[in-house]
Write a protein that binds this ligand. Structure first.
Ligand code: ZN
Length: 310
């Protein structure tokens, strides 16, 4: 076997798609649910084309950072209006997302030609500390504001997928406040971004992170134009070299359970209006949802004890 990172002929070892350290933070999520293959299995998602040296030594620094980051900020849940002061290492977040996307693309036999030697060397070299200009990372808080508690959709705290759909307009077209009638927009094509190469969405419990990779030769002008649309049209913060951003909720009741659906900012507002109108945000409904959530958390603790990580 040829190692996917260093290219040397070696025996393949099992590389976790999402690092074992992160999976270990959520032992209650002991089943892997693979929607693409319509399969569910009790072991971790893996890819087996990485040599022992790369797996255990060269690229493990990325996983150490990823675990620390998720543990520090995203094990807890957030409330709908929370703002998180988020400090991060921008280069390491780029590397984390690139690595997990690369692993997933190989495991699913997708076209991973974006990952050329420059990108792979960036991942392999712990000391390369200038971020890639053609990789954009956005982040927000995933908060369940829907009337459907988390357990209805299974224990699904870690999710990821390629090609999230960036909508060009709001999911909800109109709310009639007299009758309560909600009209869903019929024609809502995805936003088109020039020079887009690879995109991924990652849900790490209460974090939602978007990886957007542009063609290597994308012009500064085109890159800026794309970033302006991303910044103003979607409820995510664009991370940057300053290493500090404020994260706010990037989900609504329409998108929380569908992480690959990226609604526009005003669409999230309209979904919130619907939640208000329906009473999901009323004090009584919130008390009820909190009680259900508490019971589910007790069940999760039981599941975590029953399924300790090996
Ligand atoms: Zn290797």
């Amino acid at each position: 076997m040829k190692c996917a990172y260093c290219g040397k002929e070696a025996k393949g070892t099992k590389e976790h798609i999402i690092s074992s350290g992160i999976l270990g933070l959520f032992p209650e999520c002991f089943m892997t649910i693979d929607g693409d293959r319509k399969k569910m299995y009790p072991s971790d998602p893996m890819v087996k084309d990485v040599c022992a040296d790369c797996n255990n030594n060269k690229i493990s620094y990325i996983d150490s950072y990823a675990k620390q980051l998720i543990q520090q900020y995203f094990i807890v849940k957030y409330e709908k209006d929370d703002k998180l002061d988020f400090d991060y290492d921008y280069v390491l977040i780029q590397k984390m997302c690139l690595k997990y996307a690369f692993n997933d693309m190989r495991a699913r036999k997708l076209d991973y030609s974006f990952f050329d030697s420059d990108i792979i060397n960036y991942l392999l070299d712990e000391h390369s500390t200038s971020p890639l200009r053609n990789v954009t990372i956005m982040a927000g808080l995933a908060v369940n504001t829907s009337p459907a508690p988390d357990f209805i959709f299974g224990n699904n705290k870690l999710r990821w997928g390629d090609n999230p759909v960036f909508l060009s307009n709001s999911i909800i077209e109109n709310i009639d406040y007299n009758t309560g009638k909600v009209t869903i927009r019929e024609n809502n094509p995805p936003e088109k971004f020039e020079c887009l190469s690879v995109s991924y969405v990652f849900r790490f419990n209460s974090a939602q992170i978007l990886l957007i990779c542009w063609d290597k030769n994308i012009s500064e002008e085109q890159l800026n134009q794309n970033q302006v649309v991303l910044k103003y049209q979607y409820p995510y913060s664009i991370l940057n070299e300053s290493g500090h951003s404020v994260l706010e909720r990037c989900t609504s009741e329409s998108t929380y359970h569908h992480e690959k659906l990226i609604d526009v900012t005003w669409g999230q507002g309209l979904s919130d209006e619907m939640s208000y109108m329906r009473g999901t945000f009323s004090e009584q409904a919130q008390v009820h949802l909190k009680e259900v959530e508490k019971e589910w958390q007790a069940e999760e603790r039981r599941l975590a004890e029953e399924h300790p990580r090996k």
